[in-house]
Design a protein around this ligand. Sequence first.
Ligand code: ADP
Ligand code: MG
Length: 715
Amino acid sequence: MLNLDTSVEDVPKIGTAYAKKLKKLGIKTVQDLLFYFPARYDDFSDIIPIKKVEVGQIACVQGRIVSVDQTHTFKKGMDITEVVIEDETGQITALWFNQPYLVQSLKEDQYICLAGKVSLGKDGLYLSNPAYERIYEDSLNENLTHTGRIIPVYSETKGVTSRWLRYVIKPLLTQFHTLIPEILPPEMVEKQKFLPISEAIWQAHFPESFEYADAAKARFAFEDLLLLQLSVLKEKAKLLQNKAQPCPMDATLMKEFTKSLPFQLTDSQRQCAFTILKDLEKPVPMQRLLQGDVGSGKTVVSTMAALNTVKCGYQVAFMAPTEILAKQHFLGISNMLEKFDAKVAFLSGKGSQINGQDKVTKKELLKKLETGEIDILIGTQALISKGVKFKNLALIVLDEQHRFGVNQRAELTREKRTMPHLLSMTATPIPRTLALTVYGDLDLSLIKEMPKNRKKIITTVVGQSDRQKAYEFIKNEVKQGRGVFVICPKIEQKDSEASRRPTSGNFVPQNYSFGFTANQEIKSVKQEYEKLSKEIFPDLRITMLYGKMKAEEKERIMQDFKKGEIDILLSTSVVEVGVDVPRATIMMIEGAERFGLSQLHQFRGRVGRSDMQSYCFLFTTEESQQNRKRLKAMERSSNGFELAEEDLKIRGPGQLYGTQQWGLPDTAMQNLSNIFLIEKTRSEAKELLEKDPTLQNYPLLKARLKHFEQKIHFE
Ligand code: ADP
Ligand code: MG
């Protein structure tokens, strides 16, 4: 006997071979298959008299088969199946190309329904490669699956067509649609005016009308987002049951610190710092995301939190995604805390260092960490490797990191009775509602304004004809002692670097091809180096930087660039995150069409880090209207959030914000841009958990939630 949990392998029409293919679509059980919803629908619901058929139309007709013919054209090597059907109003031909097996299933005098595009041939109108379905004279329009109705079209994979999916799903629906459990509380179904589950699942696949299809979709979208909201809210509630070290705010010390800075904090920085310091006073672990555009000054804010924590007698861990960034934070923070008696140390897979000390082995450093001699440890992922134990860690700061597991958090400290506070920082501009869902377990703070000394970076899209002018401009800037970044999408011509995920900062959107064609030239760093150093700027000091280089080498190059010993730094996207070189005033990007707007914005944030006027040149060879329009948004806007919205419109949420890593189901993914639904599900989830924190009264919902949580991999 089949049931909802039966493996698809055991469904008679499916079997092992198809089961394997279905697995690629994430379908393992009968229930999974029934919840595999169409990506779209074809409207073949209007069956028209043959006489009314017009060229260019997608038409659905039905009638009796008058003749079936099979021919083979030797010239083109094609099999052509030709079927003529007739109804009371006339005859029409259907042609199928290279589907010779059709002859076996289509016979004279059978009735058939056809749906497809109408073309004009030399013998009149014909349907080319139409969808077809046998019908029976006594029930002509009833119970159609592939024609004569609104037809579900699924995302397919090799060997699994929509036609086949309809063929297997429909009988399973007939058998199971009334057996699918209603996981939503009845009062919620009523309040939201949802179709009951048995009806909804049917209408999602074989809708009577588009209104029904929408109603069904709305219900399942709600369900998915509700599960997502429940899961993050529960996670947060669980976390709040832990204890943390309360760190009272030392207002005098904070004032002293801000006074020691060479600049004044912006109002936003001040507010964010205050919120964070207030969080740290509580005996429950802080769980906060600090968002702020590139260059908005997040580091200072986190340094205040770190200093205050140290003054309360605890340790701080500060983690950055790359060696370069971690080192930069180590130098910057050590510098800021120079007068404040805090021992700052650095640890990465490559080395260890203690501020103000000549040499230290990793072993010595770890010892000092465990005895509490080191106050702030800054580093890469190496911080969560084995053997790294803090004496009494009270605060973890994450810079542009992916999610950080609760377990990892507990692992870091010997002090087992408490859990460290967490401050996560990102420049990825996620709209607030979206963040509230995807990071529903985090509180949000936003640095809204940029430091006052910043000038707007002048951005220009440069087509082929203006290249020379841009080069002249760059020469001039360099003459005045400024630094130039050049970004190329690839290292070598054949290298696949550009299509790989950047290793740093999971939040940063991937490179992607936008209207890119394979034979178009891809600028490669090495090739570009040849060109720039030999032809364009023979007198300037140009250096390459790319991901595969040794960390020490990268760092040395960055330092040389910072000091002004390099004029032009030619690089792949490795420089995209956080590197601070105030003397750099030009960001020139080759193949700009290949990057998302958010990523271009990240690149641009590398310049404009001083009071000097900075520039961003977007070089593009892609002349399409759409590309122009997209890149022009960069000229107009210097706001990362606006650009992210633009990206969202053009590319959809699936491509944005590194969402691939969230592992969300497709329906949830599609609905992440539906802010209204996000808010609705959030408030429903909250209400539900307030009434029943463990969902004990809703065992079916609870079970589904568990299943959902196993599927998404947040950590
Ligand atoms: P991000 O938010 O991108 O991490 P950083 O913290 O690296 O930005 O800050 C960028 C630069 O701005 C640093 O050189 C920092 O010293 C400087 N900075 C930070 N806050 C201010 C401010 N309020 N006024 C002027 N400069 C500032
Ligand atoms: Mg930063």
